[in-house]
Design a protein around this ligand. Structure first.
Ligand SMILES: [Fe+2]
Length: 366
């Protein structure tokens, strides 16, 4: 099914999803490079499920399992080399946001072997369409399986950023059982990222009826399964719901982009290695609190929080976040001020004072 009018990706979500959609996978190519991380896809069964299907379909494959958290341009170029050595005609990303984002960039670069790493930074014209791409998420946060965005780490610029191309997966295969193997802290962090996507998209100045409708569906699933983040035992159904909420968040931001909390978060992740979800979560309540009363009321209604204070304490408590220091908050605000496009996504006038207020809302209590 399509999650949103704007999204071309076919989204499938069910138990045994990879095996159930082997024909769709096989229709995309005959030589597949699997792009994944070093551990989790081996532990949760997602890699075995995929290689089983590829074997049964007679699809040649190799596995590039060197994707790190917050993947770098250098990693993408190494994955591209592996794809070219295999003669891959399709790419399969398995894992959290990092492997999926890396897989997108590899799909682009493997289709354009004459381009070098600078192409991922500066863009260009006259390039070939990315190789067909399948994405299998194993966390519940990025929504990368249905977005065109690939966020990479640019070490020379000391930050993260999106590659200047839209790379939509052709197929997303979502199976809640993979999430049951994830550490609780990772589930919380990725679910807070989803909360950020839903909130930032819903409030975004570029939101339309389709993106808001996708966000509303995501909020409903997210709120209904919030107790799982506070320690209630995981169920396959709950995990599937959190993963689907994540995909709806992805569908929503695919249209609007993310907002100020994400813009501020990148500095925290780059400078202090704060996990992406928590880094976003630190700024969410402060961001919402600058919106109009009716917008705050809407967001609280859809998330189930009484007010922004409860939202903030939930995020800090479940994510184990103790806050950041003034110097880091100030640096994040300064860097964001250089990104007027991101500032224009806010539903209020995001001047310097507003951005600093949001940034300082992430300070530690002491
Ligand atoms: Fe995010």
């Amino acid at each position: 099914m399509k999650l949103c009018e704007h999204i071309p990706t076919e989204f499938f979500c069910e138990d045994g999803c990879t095996a159930a959609h082997r024909d769709e996978i096989a229709s995309l190519g005959g030589r597949a490079l699997i792009v994944t991380g070093g551990r989790s896809s081996k532990m949760n069964g997602s890699l075995d499920d995929m290689t089983d299907v590829l074997g049964k379909c007679g699809i040649a494959y190799s596995v590039f399992d060197r994707v790190e958290e917050n993947p770098s341009v250098e990693t993408v170029m190494a994955g591209t080399k592996a794809a070219l050595e295999l003669g891959a005609d399709m790419i399969i990303g398995i894992g959290g946001g990092s492997p999926l984002d890396a897989a997108k960039a590899v799909a682009l670069m493997a289709a354009n072997p004459d381009r070098d790493a600078e192409f991922l930074v500066s863009g260009g014209n006259g390039y070939a369409h990315p190789l067909p791409l399948v994405c299998v998420p194993t966390t519940c946060g990025t929504g990368s399986e249905v977005t065109p965005v690939s966020v990479l780490t640019y070490h020379d610029r000391r930050t993260k950023g999106s590659v200047p191309f839209k790379i939509y997966p052709d197929i997303a295969l979502c199976d809640g059982k993979y999430l049951m193997y994830a550490p609780h802290r990772l589930i919380v962090n990725t679910a807070v990222d989803t909360l950020g996507h839903l909130t930032e998209s819903y409030l975004n100045s570029a939101a339309d009826e389709h993106s808001r409708s996708a966000a509303e569906k995501g909020f409903e699933l997210w709120q209904g399964n919030r107790p799982l983040l506070e320690g209630e035992p995981l169920t396959a159904g709950g995990c599937t719901a959190l993963m689907t909420a994540s995909a709806y968040g992805g569908a929503a931001i695919a249209h609007t982009g993310t907002g100020i909390p994400h813009g501020l978060s990148y500095t925290l992740t780059y400078e202090e290695h704060i996990p992406h979800g928590l880094a976003v979560g630190y700024f969410l309540a402060g961001y919402v609190s600058l919106c109009s009363d009716s917008e705050i009321h809407e967001i609280m209604g859809m998330t189930g929080f009484a007010d922004t204070h409860e939202m903030d304490s939930f995020i800090r408590r479940t994510s184990g976040g103790t806050g950041i220091d003034r110097q880091l908050a100030s640096l994040a605000a300064k860097r964001l001020a250089e990104n007027p496009k991101k500032l224009s996504t806010a539903p209020f006038d995001a001047d310097t004072a507003a951005v600093e207020k949001i940034a300082y809302s992430a300070l530690s209590a002491d």
